[in-house]
Design a protein around this ligand. Sequence first.
Ligand code: 2GN
Length: 456
Amino acid sequence: MKVTLHEVAKVVGAKNSISDFDDVPLRQAEFDSRKIEAGDLFVPLKGARDGHDFIETAFANGAAAVLSEKKLDDSRPYLWVDDCLTAFQVLAQYYLEKMRVDVIAVTGSNGKTTTKDMIADILASTYKTYKTQGNYNNEIGLPYTVLHMPDDTEKIVLEMGQDRLGDIALLSNLAHPHIAVVTLIGEAHLEFFGSREKIAEGKMQITQGMDGHGILLAPADKIINPFLPDNQKVIRFGPDADIYVTELEEHKDFLTFATNFLEEKVTLPVTGKYNAANAMIAAYVGKLLNVSEEKIIAALSDLQLTRNRTEWKKAANGADILSDVYNANPTAMRLILETFSAIAGNEGGKKIAVLADMKELGPDSVQMHTDLITSLNPDVLDTVIFYGDDIADLAQLASQIFPLGKVYYFKKTKDQDQFEELLKRIKEILQPEDQILLKGSNSMNLGQVVEFLEAD
Ligand code: 2GN
């Protein structure tokens, strides 16, 4: 990060004077105190717990300064603000402008290879490019992404996600996209939005922060017509639109396609027709930003598939798996439980949650696990399976509110690991029409459970 403490104080409008403190360059902005290293700025946010409770830990880990909504004693550098999340967002907005990077915004689509990744790969052939990592596409993740871009970044590809109407407007007003991409209007989140029209309306808010010299790429789907901006150049994609796929060949593990704007055919090392559409959109963004056709085609044929952190997969028996097995903090655990509980179930199927320990939560770890009891709803979840050590007390609590035989606990301590038993039980319970959520810290190996379920 290329900002100093005094610069941040000015940008966020700190209510206290920090003139007594040296103006030091800040290394990185973090909201998870476990990630704080020497020289960082700690941003306490309200997740499952209030980040203000972890200000001491942040300083102990070497934070150069912290934001705070509370007045602190002024022996250490802190910036007193009304709202830490707003300050975080304002700082990211300022930083994007200061660094003069080109912003390409993409509304999140669900699919394994996202348009965002394809755009970033194409741009990386020619420019220093940074992009949203994992699911960092919301009002917290997007500013985090911006503040974590390397100092020499020229283009940033930002995914913008929406849980509800207005989310994307906020992100667009923060990032001021130069190019905005609205991918196909799917059925995702239908249960929160109610209709495809509402989803389209939400996604089209991506233009709200554009300055009139930008370009919008949007599907040639009449559902978005009511929301088209009149002060923005618009490129539509789809049959008979501005850009479209002309020839498409599907092979066992790759596809080739041609478009009406590239001379040569494109080979893509992934399958699925929708990926040709996504790649075409990405190629067009490359063209808009003067990437040579040769480099566009090379980047697409050499696509680096990044795994989504949260992704839907299929078990071998047909059950739906919601896999989120890479990292875990109390907030993310709560959010995914709420999402999993809210989505429509399969006809005749049940919802099963497999939850494993969240690691490195410190002395209050057990408490932070048991706090999750309020996110476990026996009216929606049929069975809950726990795996770990610190999560044992949560399992105990759950057994008091779930029907008999619907809660299981398997141990993973330094002396004993019941991984095999866990696997066996899941296989016994999981029926083809079920949905199963798996969430825990990476080191709990739930990734292996997912692999086993996919395999047989
Ligand atoms: O859902 S998120 O992961 N998100 C990130 C951005 O992109 C989209 C998804 C998310 C995570 C969000 Cl949206 C918001 C927040 Cl606030 C967080 C988050 O990181 N939450 C965290 C906690 C909470 N609540 S991280 C974390 C780690 N912390 C515990 C609480 C917590 C570790 C810790 C434990 C004990 C101490 C200090 C830190 C301690 N200090 N004990 N005694 N002194």
